[in-house]
Design a protein around this ligand. Sequence first.
Ligand SMILES: [Zn+2]
Length: 429
Amino acid sequence: MDRLAREGVKAKYLIPPFVTMTSPSHFTTISGRWIEDHGVIHNMMFNTETKWKYSFKTTLNKTEWWDNGVLPLWITAQRQGRKTASFHYPGGGAKYKGEAVQRSLVESYTHPDSNETEWRENIDIVMNWFTKEDFDFVTLYYGEPDNVGHKFGPETENRRVMIQQIDRTIGYLVEAIERHRLTEHLNVIITSDHGMTTVKKKPNVTEILLTKYIKYKDLVKFDIVDYGGFGMILPKPGKEEALYEALKNAHPHLHVYKKEEFPERFHYAKHERVLPILLYADSGYNINGQLIIYFNKGDHGFDNDLEDMRTIFRAFGPDFKKNHLAEPFDSIHIYPLMCKLLGVTPEPHNGSLAITQEMLVDQQPGAKIQRSSALQNTAIGLGTTTGVLAVLFVTGVTYTAIRRKKKQSADQNSKSEPVNLNEIPRVAL
Ligand SMILES: [Zn+2]
């Protein structure tokens, strides 16, 4: 990972969206939209009438949870003639307006998160998709170091060992790109969905337990709690005010809001799926409902402004500058960058290419790249705040242009001409 900082772009850190949770954050990366706009507001699909909550993995296959009118990049790129695939990336298994991602592998229920041999095999599979099948865009997801961080905590030897495994896998990736002669054709973005912090437990702290402050059977119709530092409650009819009053000053490390008063900076609460009462806890405090049944030693879901919720961004390939240290930015800005690399006209999104295009070589041709002394310092500690690792491969514009040219002579389709990247409109919402 240090080598990548020298041979590519590294951001000081990446700010995930709120809620700092796997599926919502991944869908922001792949759509450039805030969570309140794309509507994937939680890892679990739920139904307040049937009281059903579907697990993270079950929800991965529920098209109705993902398909809210916002198109992820796979679909947009496909519609513009690109060939795209998702390898275990959250949301890749759903259909959008009836359209599936051209190739999609969804994690099975029993998929092991940490099998290094399988990680390498997956890289080889993806390389073959590029070389033998002409794919333009692939998202590849690994569920570590999230899993080990939950189980043992982020500041542990187990986690350090996992970071080393990830580092070796990135090395394998670089080597595989060279072996498949893709070095000059493939742009790679390595990022993740959130950080992680150590869970605070008794006797060190007084844990948050909602049932200490409210009578569940009188006030609560449905809740989503016991899931890290974030929760939502649907009060029984007419009980919203009573519930809010009972909880708002209940615990010094619990923040309670009515949906319409939830801080705007989170860009979270406007979606219709968000329940009327929102809760978030200070760093490390789990929100427990009626029992303390949550055993995680590390967790996320907290305020995306917290240092521990930040995550990584690395990028390398023919279109990225080398040894470039980028300022921190919100993950919504990755989407327009990927669109530019693919030569695809973006859907309306909340990001801005102005934030990320300075990473690209063609913005300042011949510009002298200065070596930043901050590089060495910020490279340390990378693993301890990293959640799920998502690797996004984008074939370069140069490569795309060459391929389009070849195809053009065959089908004379003027629409498949390479797009003038300076003319791609940015639609900001
Ligand atoms: Zn997690």
